[in-house]
Design a protein around this ligand. Sequence first.
Ligand code: RIB
Ligand code: CA
Length: 307
Amino acid sequence: MVKRKPIIIDTDPGIDDAVAIAIALFSEELDVRLITTVSGNVDVDKTTNNALKLLKFFNKKIPVAKGANAPLIREATNASNVHGESGMDGYDFEEGDMSNLLKENAVNAMYHTIMTSDEPLTLVPIGPLTNIALLLKVYPEVKSNIEQIVLMGGSTSRGNKGVLSEFNIHFDPEAAKIVFSAGLPIVMVGLDVGSKALVYPEDSDKIRGFNRTGEMIYSLFQHYRGIGLKKGLKMYDSCAIGYLLKPEMFTVVDSYVDVELTGTLTSGATIVDLKGYLKKPANAKVCIDIDEEMFRKWFMEALQKCN
Ligand code: RIB
Ligand code: CA
C-alpha cells in the first residue's frame, strides 16, 4: 500500500489548473485534503465555482474553501483572454455540489487542516500566492506542520505576463515575496519547465479517447488561448503535481530567490540568483529544466488514470 502524501491545492482554475487537479485527485500517491481558491486567471467567485464544478465532474468529495478576491495591495488583473470568461471555457460543466464548499475562508480552512493533521502537509499553490501569504502572516504557527511548498510560479528569465514576470507572481508580487522569505522549504516550478511541458495536437487527440475526463480536457484545450494547440499547450500547473509524483523529470538547483516589487518595468520578476551575486543563502529549490519526453509519457499515463 503506497503511503499517500497529504497535500492542499491552492488554485485559480483555470484550464491548466483543471488538468493538474484531475491528475492529483486520481493519483494513488496523493491525498488531497483541501482545495482553496484564489483570484487569478478569473475572479475568486468563478475560480471557486470552477473548483466545485470539477469535483462534481470527477465525483470527488473534497472540501473547498474560498480565498482572496484580490492581491494584497495591487489591482487584480486576470487571464480570461487565455482561459475564457468563465475560466474554463469549452466544456459545459454541471453546477458544482455546494455541499463541498466550506463556510470558513481559505486561510482559516488551511489553518485548521494543517494544525489538525497528524503529519506535515505539502502546500501546492498553482495560482497567485495571496492565500498562502495571508496564511503565513495570520497563522505563522502553521510552519511547524508544513513539509514544503511546491509552487507553480516564477521564471529564471523571461515572463509570460510581464517582460520578466510570470503570471502568478506578477498578479501578487508582495504575496510572493512573503512566501519566498518565510523560511519554509520551497520548490519553484516556473516557466523554465512549464514552457517545455507541452501537449501537441496528436497528444490532445489521444487524450480525447482516454476516458470522459480526457474528453472534457480535449474540449477545454480547444478554447485554451495560450499560444495555441499547434505549437503545444503549456501544462504549467501539471508540472507542480509532476514534481511531487516524478521529481526525476526535473533538473533542480538550490538558489536564493527574491521578488522585484519596485521596478517600474520589472515588478513581479523572480530574481533567481543562480550565481550567488547577492551572497544570500539559498531559500528555494528551482526547477531549471525538464525532460520533455519523460514529461509527455508521465502526463499521458497520468491522464489515463483519471477515470
Ligand atoms: O503562468 C502560468 C500560471 O498562470 C498558471 O498557473 C496558469 O493557470 C495561470 O494561473
Ligand atoms: Ca493556475
